[in-house]
Design a binder for this molecule. Structure first.
Ligand code: GLY
Length: 369
């Protein structure tokens, strides 16, 4: 299987995403060029440590790199002030210096917390991402968004802090539960829907094989996703414009995630899948996008086993509750919703000033109220 490289173009802070099989075993060789001295600290969680910890230690040792491991509890609760305080304290106790490279080994929680800790440690130290979930490999580990959660909401305290390298090893996906793999797949579909109709067509044909374990399909899909994200981040690192397109499905999706208390009742990627289906449905109902495109999007999500209709959640959620949560979105400006809508598959656009009452009426139709 080939190893692919995607460059995130950010001038002096540009970096490579290396995508392939068995890369954790070669992590020492891949990271060595970035190290000023042959030592690192790896931050991971208890579950990932069991499946990938020794592989990474051996991969680093093979290149003469000494590593301390910090192992945290898995789950969203770890993205907290309390854990940030503990983690930064431990990194300082271990003598991490500004020029060292801390390694985040895990999914979005580990990547976001470790990245944020590194953004403030000694006013900024370097870090590398080794994402072990599909969602992290195609989204959260790429682009430098780091954060912890606040009582007021998810990811509200954070920083843009780019890694020095991202290593996406598809072997780590083999130990991922199918539900999590599918949730990550929703973010892959997102890139096709935003700007690449041919990639969406490819996913319609190859998505099931990718989920079944086809390594070549996995590498291709991760590469296409990272290329799409790298292009957007390269143009708009701090989300002043086009980067908002990456939120396709997120404003609708976050409302359901918030309703379920960000619990395992609805994984983030499942919320994004339902949100993308609603964004296309809403675009079609507003006459912005062909109805056939919205139906095609929903058919693919359904075929994969991702939610595409509100009724599938069996939640009793009402349109007014969804609308209330949608108004908490970070993109609300002067009381108006900003939605990512579509003219076609592969033709997403940013719709500022979206009218809440029109959205609520649409949601009422969807919930059957
Ligand atoms: N996950 C969306 C972004 O990185 O902008």
């Amino acid at each position: 299987m080939t190893t692919e490289t995607v460059r995130v173009p950010l001038g002096g802070r540009s970096y490579d995403i290396t995508i392939g099989a068995g890369l954790i075993d070669q992590a020492g060789a891949l990271l060595e060029p970035h190290l000023k001295r042959p030592r690192t600290v790896v931050v991971t969680d208890e579950n990932v440590f069991v499946t990938q910890g020794e592989r990474l230690r051996e991969g680093l040792t093979a290149s003469g790199i000494e590593a301390d491991f910090i192992t945290l509890a898995p789950g969203e609760a770890t993205k907290s002030f309390a854990e940030l305080e503990k983690l930064t304290g431990r990194l300082l106790d271990l003598g991490v210096e500004r020029d060292d490279v801390v390694i985040a080994l895990g999914g979005g929680v580990i990547g976001d917390l470790t990245g944020f800790a590194c953004s403030v440690l000694r006013r900024g130290c370097r870090f590398a991402q080794i994402p072990t979930t599909l969602l992290a490999q195609v989204d959260s580990a790429v682009g430098g968004k780091t954060a912890i959660n606040a009582a007021q909401g998810k990811n509200l305290i954070g920083a843009f802090h780019q890694p020095v390298a991202v290593i996406a090893d598809i072997s780590s996906l083999d130990s991922l539960p199918m539900r999590e793999l599918k949730a990550g797949y929703a973010e892959v579909v997102k890139y096709g829907l935003i700007s690449d109709a041919a990639f969406f067509r490819w996913l319609e044909d190859n998505g099931p094989a990718l989920l079944d374990g086809d390594g070549g399909a996995r590498i291709h899909a991760i590469k296409k996703s990272c290329e799409a994200k790298a292009a957007i981040v390269g143009d708009d690192e701090k989300e002043k414009g086009a980067r908002a397109l990456l939120n396709l499905g997120h404003t609708f999706g976050h409302a359901f995630e918030a309703y379920f208390g960000y619990s395992s009742k609805l994984l983030h990627g499942e919320g994004v899948a339902l949100g993308m289906a609603l964004a296309f449905d809403y675009s079609a109902s507003e006459g912005l996008c062909p109805r056939t495109d919205a139906e095609r999007v929903k058919a693919h999500l359904k075929n994969i086993g991702l939610p595409s209709e509100i009724g599938e959640l069996q939640s009793g959620i009402t349109a007014d509750i969804i609308a209330k949560y949608m108004m908490q979105d970070k993109k609300v400006e002067q009381g108006k919703l900003t939605l990512i809508l579509a003219k076609t598959i592969g033709g997403a656009f940013i719709a500022k000033d979206s009218d809440l009452s029109t959205v609520t009426a649409f949601l009422k139709e969807k919930t059957g109220e």
